[in-house]
Structure formats: structure tokens, C-alpha cells
Design a binder for this molecule. Structure first.
Ligand code: PLP
Length: 476
């Protein structure tokens, strides 16, 4: 087909909104009867019916009742470029009409997969003796972390140290939902279902100063102490048994937990001291969320493996992967022979073409630079004002992610009894008032699309304030 015959297939939201659609009740009934959702209590869902999203544009989504909602979570931390980007949809269409699928097994590749690998290698900064020239593809963050487990084990086997099996993660870390992903993560609710973690994965406490800092302790000192829990765990296990440490630069699903600036450099010192691999899970934090293409650059550490997904395609189609640093890649490639691992959709040409279009758009609009120098600092300034609200114990941001803690007593930082579900009350007000803000316990979090203007940040802040006031009124 020639390019003149190409016609975009995406209708603008106004047309979609007018198109004949199923009514909400019909969709809800079908959904409830047949669809098992992620992280959902279905008995509860059946009593209310799912919210049916129908279309989206920019930073807004609409539901089937016509309600317009400001998406403060970029879907699930992924729609970095915002909704309705024609360039991304066009790239998918063109690639589907050219080569919709081929696999990367058995010495085969495709043009978008090779181009994207080179692009990602060029975006990943070298730090010290670590450079990133190689990528392994998957379709999600969870699969990528499964790949990490396999790669880490293969690496140590190839170096003649097969006893180095244990990977250390963190309590309240999130690394996905597969057996390995959920095991690497430290979510107690996930571990409680299905006998997790799997063997050879263990956890240390998270670097959450608000909860774990001692009276009188500085945040900087806490960062060093929290990193020290890794050294204690290594010594407890025996350093020669430890394969890797995995952490999110900023914990996302755990509630936007921002570590003290002293934390990551100390973690680096410890992993270097014991020769342990460092995995930076940047499924949320990469591709501009923290104002950098890759977040390890912000915190100044040198990972060996970097997990990515979500923002690489702005969520338009599934794609994930692992940036493989030279320390691991050199061993796998030079000593490894065939690595018996891969997915049907590794290097999917449509997903890779979409990622290339997304990254190009992000570069053209300087979305990463905007987060670092413009909208990130503006959000930080506006969000800090919430520290004056009587219900807020601490409000903080990192790049274009933010979290605030709802507290019972502002002076002492005393938290609410968890049975009150204050975070869920606040989340309910947010939905009701046209804002998606997520509740993690009593921590309210946002991670909006990176395309926001200052005026839209102001609009979001006004909504947040209103919902905090409504929550406070409910608690009186
Ligand atoms: N790792 C991190 C840090 C995540 O935040 C997530 C998802 O939120 C995952 C891994 C899992 O990614 P996926 O849901 O694409 O499997």
C-alpha cells in the first residue's frame, strides 16, 4: 500500500461519544457474569457494577454515563504521552498492515524490534563501568521480572557460582503478578494467596521515613540505616548465596515511597562490596516519570539490569523488557550459548513500532525535560501547599508522581485506624468529583500524564483540595 492510501482509523472522542454504544447496565451485566478482573472483589463488584470507560483524550477519560474524569493516574502509571495521540495509533496501523507479527526465536528479527533496541540503548545513560547496549523484550513488567530471575541465575551458573540463588526484594515493593513477580515484590496480600514467595526470594524493610524513621533521626541518617538492612540480610544469608537485590527507584504501587537521597548510593556501596547484581525495576519510573529517561540516573546508581514496561508505549499496546547491562550481557553472550528463554511476543513488531512512535513523540515534545524543569517543579510547588491541610501529615512529589498521607493528628503524625478506610473515603470523593486518585491504605497518590499544562495542574489541585475537605467533613 502507498502512504497516500493510508487513512487513520481512530475517530476523535466526540464521534466515539455519539456512536451507538451498549447501555451501561448491559455492559455491567455481561461483565459481571463473565469477566474476572484484576485485583477485584467480585462479590462486592456485583453489588455495584463496574465503571465502564468508553473513551479518552489528553488527560481525561469518559465513562459510559458521560462523566468526564481527570486521569490523575495515567491509567495504571502508563499513559505518559496522554490519550488520543494519532501518531501512535498510525504507527500501529501501518505496522499491522506491513508485518503484524513475526517472532524473534531461532535467529530471526524484525525492523521495529532492532530499531527500538538501538533506540533504548541510546537513551539509557552509561554510569561508571555500566553501559546498556542490549535489550530483552517481553510484553509486561511481570514477565520482565521473571526474565530477570532467569537471567540472574544463568549469569551466576555461567560464572561457576550456582549457589548464588537468593534475590532480595523489599517489603511493600511491587514487581508484578506472576509467580516470580509477586514473590520478588513484598505485598503481604499477594504472598498470602498461593504460597508465595517461591524459594530463594527474601525481603528487607522499605525505606519509608514517615513510617520507619526514629524520633530525632534525620532523613539522611535514616536512608543510610535503611540501606544497612540489606547488608544485615546479606550477612545473615551468607554473601556467597546472594545473587541480586531488586528495588524500584521510587516505590509506586506501595504508595509513591520516595527514598532519602542517601539511600541508593549506600545500596550501591553494599552491592559492590559483596559483588551482588543490582536490578532497578523502572516499570513506573522510566520514560520521564521522574524527569529522566531512566530513573537510576536521577539517583546516581549503577544497575546491572533495568526492568521497563508501561511508559515505553504509553500503554497503547503491551510491551516490556529488560535493559541488560554489559556486566551481564558480556557473560550471557560470550559464555552462554543458547539462552533457553523467550516469549511468543518478545520483540512484537507492532508493539515495537508503537514504542518507537511514542518515544519519538516524547522527544519532539520534550516531555522528559518538561517533567525535570517545568511541570515537575510546578507540581512540587503546588503539591507542597497541601501540607497546610489539617488532614495531611506529609505531601511530597518526585518528578511527576506524588503522594500524601492522611493523618488523624497533624501535630503528632498519628494515623487513622485502618478499619476506618479513610483513604477509600477520599478515593470515593475523587471519583465522585471527576478525579482519579489512588488510595494505598491512607496514602493518596497520583501520577498524571506528562503532557499536563500548569492550568491543568491547577485544576487537579483544586479537585484534590475539594476532596480532602469533603473527606475531613465526613470524619467530623
Ligand atoms: N514492576 C513495577 C515496579 C510495577 O509497578 C508493575 C506494575 O505496576 C510491574 C512490575 C508489573 O507490570 P505488569 O502489570 O505490566 O506486569
Amino acid at each position: 500500500m502507498n502512504s497516500n492510501s493510508f487513512a487513520p482509523v481512530i475517530a476523535p472522542p466526540a464521534i466515539l461519544a455519539k456512536a451507538p454504544a451498549m447501555d451501561t447496565k448491559t455492559v455491567q451485566a455481561m461483565d459481571s457474569a463473565h469477566y474476572i478482573h484484576s485485583f477485584t472483589d467480585h462479590a462486592d463488584l456485583a453489588t455495584r457494577g463496574a465503571r465502564v470507560m468508553t473513551h479518552a483524550d489528553g488527560i481525561y477519560v469518559w465513562d459510559s454515563e458521560g462523566k468526564k474524569i481527570l486521569d490523575g493516574m495515567s491509567g495504571l502509571w502508563c499513559v505518559n504521552a496522554g490519550y488520543g495521540r494519532k501518531e501512535i495509533a498510525d504507527a500501529a496501523y501501518q505496522q499491522m498492515m506491513t508485518l503484524p507479527y513475526y517472532n524473534s526465536f531461532f535467529q530471526t528479527t524484525n525492523i521495529p524490534a532492532a530499531k527500538l533496541a538501538a533506540k533504548l540503548a541510546s537513551l539509557a545513560p552509561s554510569v561508571g563501568d555500566r553501559s546498556f547496549n542490549h535489550v530483552f523484550y517481553s510484553s509486561s513488567g511481570s514477565e520482565s521480572n521473571d526474565t530477570n530471575v532467569r537471567m540472574v541465575r544463568r549469569y551466576w551458573d555461567l560464572l561457576g557460582q550456582p549457589q548464588r540463588k537468593t534475590i532480595i526484594g523489599r517489603i511493600n515493593g511491587y514487581h508484578g503478578s506472576t509467580m516470580a513477580g509477586a514473590s520478588l515484590g513484598g505485598m503481604s496480600g499477594m504472598h498470602a494467596q498461593g504460597d508465595l514467595p517461591i524459594p530463594n526470594i527474601t525481603h528487607i524493610e522499605q525505606p519509608y521515613f514517615f513510617e520507619n524513621g526514629l524520633p530525632g533521626e534525620s532523613e539522611a541518617d535514616f536512608g543510610i540505616r535503611a540501606a544497612g538492612w540489606l547488608e544485615t540480610k546479606i550477612l545473615e544469608l551468607g554473601a556467597d548465596k546472594v545473587a541480586a537485590f531488586i528495588g524500584e527507584p521510587v516505590q509506586g504501587a506501595g504508595g509513591v515511597i520516595i527514598p532519602p537521597s542517601t539511600y541508593w548510593p549506600e545500596i550501591q556501596r553494599i552491592v559492590d562490596k559483596y559483588g551482588i547484581l543490582l536490578i532497578s525495576d523502572e516499570v513506573i519510573c522510566a520514560f520521564g516519570r521522574l524527569g529522566h529517561w531512566f530513573a537510576y540516573e536521577k539517583f546516581g546508581y549503577k544497575p546491572d539490569l533495568v526492568t521497563f514496561a508501561k511508559g515505553v508505549t504509553s500503554g497503547y499496546v503491551p510491551l516490556g523488557g529488560v535493559m541488560v547491562g554489559n556486566r551481564v550481557a558480556d557473560v550471557l553472550i560470550e559464555k552462554g550459548g543458547e539462552f533457553n528463554h523467550g516469549y511468543t511476543y518478545s520483540g512484537h513488531p507492532v508493539a515495537c513500532a508503537v514504542a518507537l512512535a511514542n518515544l519519538e513523540l516524547m522527544e519532539r515534545e520534550n516531555l522528559v525535560g518538561r517533567v525535570k524543569d517545568d511541570i515537575g517543579p510546578y507540581l512540587a510547588k503546588r503539591f507542597a501547599e497541601l501540607n497546610n491541610h489539617p488532614l495531611v501529615g506529609l505531601a511530597e512529589t518526585c518528578g511527576f508522581a506524588a503522594g500524601l498521607v492522611l493523618v488523624k493528628d497533624k501535630a503528632t503524625g498519628e494515623c487513622f485506624d485502618s478499619s476506618l478506610g479513610v483513604g477509600m473515603i477520599c478515593r470515593g470523593h475523587c471519583f465522585g468529583n471527576g478525579l482519579i486518585m489512588r488510595a494505598v491504605g491512607d496514602r493518596m497518590i497520583i501520577a498524571p500524564p506528562l503532557i499536563m499544562t500548569h492550568a491543568q495542574i491547577d485544576e487537579m489541585m483544586a479537585l484534590i483540595l475539594r476532596c480532602l475537605d469533603l473527606t475531613a467533613a465526613d470524619l467530623k
